[in-house]
Design a protein around this ligand. Sequence first.
Ligand code: ARE
Ligand code: CA
Length: 494
Amino acid sequence: MIRRPLFRLIVIPVLAGALALSGCGTPDSSASDSAASGSGAGVQLFQRPWVSIAEDCETTIGPAGFEWVLTSPPNEHIAGEQWWTSYQPVSYELESKLGTREEFADMVQRCDAVGVKIIADAVINHMAGIDGGTGVNGTEFTHYNYPGLYTEEDFHHCGLTENNDIEDYSSKEQVQNCELVNLADLDTASPKVQETIVAYLDDLLSLGVAGFRIDAAKHMPVEDVQAIVDQLPEDTIIWNEVIRGSVSEPIKPEDYIETGQVFEFQYSRDLSPMVRAGFIMDPKLDGEERPLHVPDESALVFIDNHDTERGEQSVLNYRAGARYEIANILMLADDFGTPVVYSGYAYSNTDTGARQNANGKINPSSCAGVTGIKDSYRDGEFVCTEAWTSIAGMLEWREVVGDAKRLPGMREGKVYGFEREGKGIVAVNLGYAIETLELPTSLPNGRYCDVVSGGRDALVDGECKGLDFIVSGGVAQLEFPPNTAIAFHANSRS
Ligand code: ARE
Ligand code: CA
């Protein structure tokens, strides 16, 4: 028996009869022919300890179908309870509030064993931003002196602003040679500095990481980033952080695409406001390109990250509830870029770090039992986006649709949907009532199981764990509740 959704399905009488007779020979998700292509998606696990990531890879992230985890920085940093201590390196020892070297190595191995690669956040533009102190692994340092690594002459002292801090992002020289919020700025053109950075990255590669997020890449001349990347194995994955600034900024994300991929901040700045307002339109195109976006193959797209959830008002984050989940679903349904789902923790003060013990280590946590976004969170509670039923369902959907073309969408009021040609349909209802959309489609007739409510493997022995929908005569009959997304694919037909 097909599970009845809570509300009425539009059933076309002729088709209903035909379906009742067609017991065999119909595809179902267990007979998927799409195992060859992965989801192509990653997840950023912000401030998550290594032991927790290792376990999460085995129980949740691997089974969900993620290909990469982006971690927070693994090296020794300044002491303190704020999350951003992770971004003030004091040595390249892999000992941090997130765990030990052994725990890091174990995580890489265990994630790898379930098909999940680790991308480490590499903070290489700078060291600490304070006068001095003792790092979390006991390293004593001053602002421009880090034993065994760097001394005063390895840093820029730009002399362009009063305290050597960046003041004007329209000056390339300031942005790259002065200090980002007082962080001691490494002379990344120096061969010695490059060698020291490469040794650190090589050490991480020797433990099996697949690549790096290059933190603050904008603050290093692209030639310096390139020189460092050139000294790494060719298949090293590089994800550059170059925030797209105002038009007056001379340094553009595009400048860095030769060195690797680039986080495209414009993506969510375009999508989030539409999801918030409830009116979704197809992405704007300027020829083949999306305006203000790096090209498809260079783009890492995301709804939010640890900076934008704190600092960018226009983008959605976990506090937006269902709208945030829907934005993630639309991103995962898109044919643009490499999507990176974000998973952080709840906070009411932007500086507050994840909960740590008396020894300054972040407490281990588990995502067991989490199935979707919650209405409210306790401060410090991990959001566990990677464990949501809808996200795993959409990763399966991506595996099935592969590189099928995104067809022009259809919008009626606050309901919108589109097809990935012949492979899958996604639709959202951002209105206040159950709505109907009749979406023309090239999918074959049949009854389809929704992977947003049903998740991965939603169809078991012809029974759908989620909502189901009918395609008949080239039209998908979609009727579904408000503040909801639905999605089904060619292999979720019963
Ligand atoms: C902290 C304190 C500071 C203090 C400093 C030194 O907040 O008051 O001076 O420590 O003691 C993170 C936090 C910072 C924190 C820092 C070090 O966000 O608050 O400083 O860690 O602990 C620019 C950069 C971009 C950068 C953002 C934050 O271009 O690269 O600023 N993002 C990355 C990380 C951050 C991290 C760092 C870099 C530093 O993702 O989490 O900082 O490693 C326009 C421009 C952008 C600019 C943006 C904000 O949009 O286009 O380029 O981003 O403004 O200024
Ligand atoms: Ca710099």
